[in-house]
Ligand binder design. Structure first.
Ligand SMILES: [Zn+2]
Ligand SMILES: [Zn+2]
Length: 101
């Protein structure tokens, strides 16, 4: 796990920093997911639609994305943010819970 980095903030995967894997080894850490999740809900219609494919699912669905402020090319779509939130909440090693608005 040493070389796994968050695609959104470049932080390494550690036992204290839970991550969720997307396609092709892309990862988002719990901290980035919390920000992304909060910004993509509950009023996603306010969010600008990102340009280009989602880093996690590699699809460009024309849906709202959260764009990483740290890494230009990193973005996550609402669907992936929700899926990652579910995965992380179920992870027994993680005490993460989705932020409440
Ligand atoms: Zn991160
Ligand atoms: Zn996606």
């Amino acid at each position: 796990m040493e070389d796994v980095l968050c695609d959104f903030c470049a932080a390494p995967w550690t036992p204290e920093r839970a991550m969720v894997e997307g396609h092709r080894g892309s990862c988002i850490c719990h901290a980035c997911l919390a920000v992304a999740y909060a910004e993509l809900s509950p009023q996603p219609s306010r969010q600008p639609v990102g340009q280009g494919p989602c880093t996690m699912c590699l699809e460009d669905r024309g849906e709202p994305h959260w764009q990483s402020p740290a890494r230009d090319a990193a973005r996550i779509c609402r669907r992936c943010a929700r899926m990652a939130a579910v995965v992380l909440e179920r992870d027994p090693d993680s005490d993460w819970s989705r932020p409440t608005a």
